[in-house]
Write a new protein. Structure first.
Length: 256
């Protein structure tokens, strides 16, 4: 997978620099579309932390897998300072820095409730992925992010083997379940009640009683078999091509 000639040349130049142990090395190379799809298929269902993001109408998507560095939960000023410091310590060969994400993650509304549904997601989490698969139009690439202390390994073969080890995946076969009809998820009575709530909220906005309303529902569904996250994502992208599609995984939980 790794182009040894280009990789050796890249790290050879880095060895000439004075790198700290906290320096982040980011090596990117092009890959084939079939390799891009195969890797995402293999890795997206693993229980490792990962983040998938797609903008179908702009032909842009990426998948970050595992973490090499996680940002502490500081206040916004401290986080901005840390981000600037890290940005200065990143050494990359990527030519797509404007659309090449360095870190991924997200935030949720803070809650005092002990909610088991969100137990695997912190209020805030940002991390630099070890592996980043990137698609821009019809161009595909893979990025390996790692800390400079990897150079403690004696030779290039050991470094490459260490990086490639992160691509190992479980061989568990998932069933491609048939899509459950929309009507089965939301019966007519529930859709009717939901529509009444929306109309009531719109009326209050029209009357000037409210400026904005955010409506949300909780639906508990149980499947007969394990779901393939990539299949679910592909269905969302097909049905909502003008929307952002994402999947944030941590442990046994996935937020789609």
């Amino acid at each position: 997978m790794i182009n040894q000639k280009e990789f050796i040349e890249f790290i050879g130049n880095l060895r000439l620099k004075e790198l700290s142990k906290e320096s982040v090395i980011s090596y990117t190379q092009p890959i084939l579309e079939q390799d891009y799809k195969s890797l995402i298929t293999d890795l997206v269902n693993n229980h490792e932390i990962s983040f998938y993001w797609s903008q179908p109408n702009e032909a842009f998507s990426f998948f970050g897998y595992k973490e090499v560095f996680s940002f502490p939960l500081y206040d916004s000023i401290s986080k901005n300072k840390l981000l600037k410091d890290i940005s200065k310590r990143v050494y990359s060969n990527s030519s797509r820095k404007l659309k090449h994400p360095l870190f991924v993650g997200g935030m949720k509304f803070p809650s005092s409730k002990n909610d088991l549904m969100w137990k695997n997601f912190n209020t805030e989490k940002w991390f630099i992925p070890k592996i980043l698969l990137l698609k821009i139009n019809e161009e595909f690439s893979i990025t390996f992010n790692f800390l400079a202390n990897i150079f403690s390994l004696e030779n290039t073969d050991d470094i490459i083997a260490s990086l490639m080890a992160d691509l190992k995946h479980n061989t568990e076969i998932l069933n491609d379940s048939e899509a459950v009809p929309y009507e089965k998820y939301f019966p007519d009575s529930e859709i009717h009640n939901w529509s009444n709530q929306i109309n009531s909220a719109l009326k209050k906005i029209s009357d000037g009683k409210l400026n904005k309303v955010v409506l949300a529902r909780y639906k508990d569904l149980q499947f007969n078999e394990l779901q393939d996250n990539l299949t679910l994502l592909e269905r969302l992208e097909e049905n909502f091509e003008n929307c952002y599609t994402f999947a944030y995984r941590n442990g046994e939980s996935v937020f789609l």
